[in-house]
Design a protein. Sequence first.
Length: 317
Amino acid sequence: MRLWEKIIIFFIVVAGLAGSVFYVAKKENDFNQRLADMSYQLIISEQNINALQKSLQELAQQKSVPAEETARREVVIKEKSQQELLTSAVARVTPAVVSIVISKDVPLLEIVYVNPFGDDPFFKDFGFQVPVYQQKGTQKQQIGAGTGFLIRNNGYILTNRHVVEDTEAQFTVLLADGSQKTAEVVWRDKTHDIAIIKISGSGYAFEQLGNSESLLLGQSVFAVGNALGQYNNSVSVGIISGLNRTIQASDVSGATITLENVIQTDAAINPGNSGGPLVDLNGKVIGVNVATVTGSNNISFSIPINVVRSIISSVLK
């Protein structure tokens, strides 16, 4: 074999060996890269597993909250919800509640001295004088107060009959916005202690009437009224204490009336609250406050609104 042929064979062998080394090195680099990628993925997976374990631990802690704590949280949520219902219902109702001031012309008296024997000539010169009362005119005075609530936007107001019983009195309505209107009596019911009066004007806020047939013992209610004739739109909160009660009610003049199927409540109904609404937490009137037991600890009564509905329908046709 010639020398130059040997040289060519030598270079071919060397080139082949170099190619093999390059190929092996490339394979090794690819393997290392894949190995690095797999290591990175393992690290990410481990982090995800740790995060999942932490979430599971937190969930387990939440599930392991003591029953007492769970009950307490539920009570707080329920109380907050009931409080919101109450304040919302009060805000809806009070604009249509009115105070009723009862006024009357009362005689003005003065004391004068007169001879008790008149013109008797025998006693004329003895100078006997005795004091007697003599009327010298009249003066308009407030003699009472009550509550009512608007049932129509054109000024019709529901109240108790005993609030507007006096046919010689004048009735002034004080609205929630502070304005005053003179009222006329439209209806005095002979059987129930209910009356309807009217003021001039229109566009008034008025109450929504509920259903007194669906009331339950223990149900939360509130009363709104002109407490003691001085504090208009006073709110008192209570529950339904009894249903279908029969009571004997009397007013300041001593007149009595028997009221049947009335609602009993422990919401405070003070003098001056008569004729005001008894309201549920939906803001609907379910009764007309009518009486309280003197000297009792919040035993009061309301006329069911379903009884009143028929009166309203027949009077305001």
